[in-house]
Design a protein around this ligand. Structure first.
Ligand code: GRF
Length: 215
């Protein structure tokens, strides 16, 4: 069975999608563990409710990033996952960590990468007067938000949007594209070789895009 480890820091609404899609049989995988760096992350309760093992690794108990990342890597390795999913994990990971899990570590970023790497993506999209915004599922490489993009979700920006209303719409598309990308990886439809993506055997030069029409 294809094994996932999901890393969270907060609400875990994307985690919930994976749980639900596995339960209905849409994603053929199992979540071996959910790991949170925050003891109070609500996502831990979601995992417990679904009978998934949880681990809390509080970064505040570590003297530096390197020692935290080393412990985190050891814990992840103990579950022998095929894929490690960052789902609202609010820690920058060291190069050594990322390299260790090369091609097995994915993230979702709330923008249409390569636009708006880093923080405050919704605000920046609004300030620039963009007509559309979205989210990107991508492989993680040492450079922040720069790995190969697997799948993107687009949402329209409406004239009366606030940061919050836009964030909510982006979250909706995240909940569609993240499970889909994980499904493709779990069932072998999507493969990556030398940073080139192959979807069902076809080389893809620009990532597939799903658009949220009404939201
Ligand atoms: C998502 O918006 C994601 O883009 C960002 O963190 C948020 C996670 O939300 N990296 P949730 O914890 O899955 O609800």
């Amino acid at each position: 069975m294809y094994k996932l480890v999901v890393l969270i820091s907060g609400s875990g609404s994307n985690l919930q999608q994976f749980i639900d899609h596995i339960e209905t049989g849409d994603i053929d995988a199992e979540i071996a563990a959910v790991i949170s760096n925050r003891p109070d992350a609500y996502g831990l309760q979601r995992a417990e409710k679904a009978g998934i093992p949880t681990v809390v690794l509080d970064h505040k108990q570590f003297i530096d990033r390197q020692s935290f990342d080393q412990s985190l890597a050891q814990i992840i390795d103990s579950f022998t996952p095929d894929l490690i999913i960052l789902a609202g994990f609010m820690r920058i990971l060291s190069d050594a960590f990322v390299t260790h899990f090369s091609n097995k570590l994915i993230n979702i970023h709330p923008s249409l990468l390569p636009k708006y790497k880093g923080l405050h993506t919704h605000r920046r999209a609004l300030e620039n007067g963009d007509q559309e915004h979205g989210a990107s599922v991508h492989f993680v490489i040492p450079e922040l938000d720069a790995g190969t993009v697997i799948l993107q979700g687009k949402v329209p920006i409406k004239a009366d949007d606030s940061e919050d209303s836009l964030a909510e719409r982006v979250h909706k598309i995240e909940h569609i594209i993240y499970p889909k990308a994980v499904k493709w990886l779990a069932n072998g439809d999507l493969k990556v070789k030398d940073n080139i993506l192959f979807l069902k055997g076809e080389k893809i030069t620009s990532p597939p895009v799903i658009t949220l029409e009404d939201g």
